[in-house]
Design a protein around this ligand. Structure first.
Ligand code: FB9
Length: 490
């Protein structure tokens, strides 16, 4: 007999029955019983009232104690007849700290200091491990624990209170011990034969939700990336080609006038590639101008006055910023004949940094670049104002900062209404002439640029505190499936 009809027959013999009792009587999973009850309730054959049941269950540690004995009993049984050094037993017995203190307060052991180093000895010949006994009773469903003992075990994380929702059933207005087969479809055969006149049809459930279509789900990072991309495109920016994680030190650092002895170029900040370890193909005339501006200066700059080495510039690495791509693009524009440009990029960058709750060794950098004649800090502030207003920030503050490749540079801050505080939202600056002029850009061309990350806004947007909840093997795929669409300006 179908489970539904077994439930109806059971309910026929009494006024009420709880679903937990039915699960035990029918030896069925409680969720299966609840599912059957819900379908009978839809037919108004039963009605149910929710019942909250609380019961005590063993925690994982409680299971261990029920099996192996309490920590204090395990420690007691580890004490040899002649005693054992306290330091030794604390090192060798599992959960010794708790076991030792409980065994002492139970009067099972003592410390003998008469011989110098403290020796732990048995104080009684035998013990009764009531903790283990009580927990095994709970496992059998026998719960005679005194309240003080229960609270102690809860505090020791041996017991936990679990709430189980069940349903108290009673007969519904359409109760019967068999289920009338309700037709769900009106067929041509019924119309032709006229059988539809005597058949019963299942009432339409107009509240039923549609079946969610099976589909893929965009990762939150990609949703935020699409939003940023939309903002840049609406502002007339063109996306730069960022499909090279591996970059030469030349384009990642030297072209940006970042000196070869700069700490950021050290292996503890940068991932260098071992194979292929070097790049040798560069625009050599441009490389010579970069070498010169680093080592001797030029274009009004005194340079860094050090012996610039091509071997340093040839070293391959995982790009530490997408500004390396910006440098390649600006060089290309200079070589092809300058015309004003608005570029953006959003892609992975890699830094050999200390990992923590909000930083991994890689993140996505978002970068905007505007190149035109006679640009200055005011233009930079203006474009930042426009850009971040589209992220919902209408009040910005700027703090002078330092970057090797921009002067002046500014950290960008905004008041986040949701967090109710000022937060750092990026960094920005005007690329230095020592970076631009060796490329061959005209002297009156300036380039303003700014950067931020993709992860930081995404974590704030979706209320995530740990970067590992956003990226990596521990990500909850349910979060990916169920998180809402991304609106950065709301
Ligand atoms: O993204 C960052 N913060 C941020 C951005 C947007 C945002 O939006 C709101 C919710 C809707 C919220 C927060 N930051 C930059 C600031 C901080 O998070 C900072 O602690 C971490 N920074 C990263 C660097 O960490 C190693 C974020 C990353 C960053 C910083 C600077 C640049 C790029 C990324 C840059 C640059 C630059 C400068 C001049 C010229 C060209 C590029």
């Amino acid at each position: 007999m179908e489970l539904n009809e077994r439930i109806l027959h059971y309910l026929d013999k009494q006024d009420k029955v709880d679903t937990l009792k039915l699960a035990s009587e029918f030896n069925e999973d409680h969720q299966k019983i609840v599912g059957a009850v819900k379908s009978l309730e839809a037919l108004e054959m039963v009605v149910s009232d929710t019942v909250k049941n609380t019961k005590w269950e063993l925690t994982e540690e409680g299971q261990l104690v029920a099996e192996k004995g309490s920590h204090e009993a395990v420690l007691y049984h580890s004490v040899p007849d002649g005693g054992i050094a306290q330091a030794e037993i604390m090192k060798t017995v599992p959960n010794a700290k708790v076991g030792f203190s409980k065994a002492m307060s139970a009067g099972w052991i003592l410390i003998d200091k008469s011989g110098g180093a403290p020796l732990v000895k048995k104080k009684v010949e035998t013990i009764t491990d009531t903790v283990q006994d009580y927990l095994n009773e709970i496992k059998k469903g026998i719960d005679n624990l005194p309240d003080n003992v229960r609270n102690d075990y809860k505090k020791r994380k041996l017991l936990q209170e679990v709430t189980l929702k069940s349903f108290l059933l009673s007969k519904g207005p359409q109760f019967a011990t068999s289920i009338k087969k309700l037709e769900t479809d009106l067929t041509a055969e019924m119309l032709q034969s006229g059988s539809w006149k005597t058949l019963e049809f299942k009432p339409y459930n107009f509240d039923a939700l549609g079946q969610p279509p099976e589909s893929g789900h965009l990762h939150p990072l990609l949703k935020v990336r699409s939003e940023f991309r939309e903002i840049f495109l609406e502002m007339g920016f063109t996306e730069m080609p960022t499909n090279n994680y591996v970059e030469s030190s030349f384009w990642n650092f030297d072209a940006l006038f970042q000196p070869q002895q700069h700490p950021a170029r050290d292996a503890h900040d940068t991932f260098f590639v071992s194979n292929p370890a070097v790049t040798t193909k560069f625009p050599m005339d441009y490389l010579e101008r970069v070498k010169k501006v680093h080592s001797e200066g030029g274009y009004g700059s005194q340079g860094y006055r050090y012996s610039w080495k091509i071997e340093e510039a040839q070293k391959n690495l995982l790009r530490t910023h997408t500004t390396a791509v910006s440098a390649r693009m600006l060089y290309k524009v200079a070589q092809e004949g300058f015309r004003p440009q608005k570029y953006f990029s959003i892609d992975k960058v890699f830094r050999n940094e200390t990992l923590d709750a909000t930083h991994l060794a890689e993140f996505h950098q978002v970068e905007g670049v505007v190149a035109d004649r006679g640009l200055g800090l005011a233009d930079l502030i203006g474009v930042l104002d426009t850009f971040f207003k589209r992220l919902g920030f209408d009040k910005l503050q700027f703090k002078p900062a330092y970057n090797p490749y921009t002067e002046p540079s500014m950290e960008i801050f905004a008041f986040h209404n949701g967090l109710n505080k000022w937060i750092e939202i990026g960094n920005s600056g005007v690329f230095r002439p020592e970076m631009l002029l060796p490329m061959g850009l005209p002297e009156d061309v300036n380039v303003i640029a700014w950067g931020l990350s993709l992860e930081r806004p995404t974590m704030i947007k979706y209320g995530l505190n740990n970067i590992r909840d956003l990226v990596g093997p521990k990500v909850d795929l349910q979060m990916v499936q169920s998180n809402p669409i991304c609106r950065l300006d709301k």
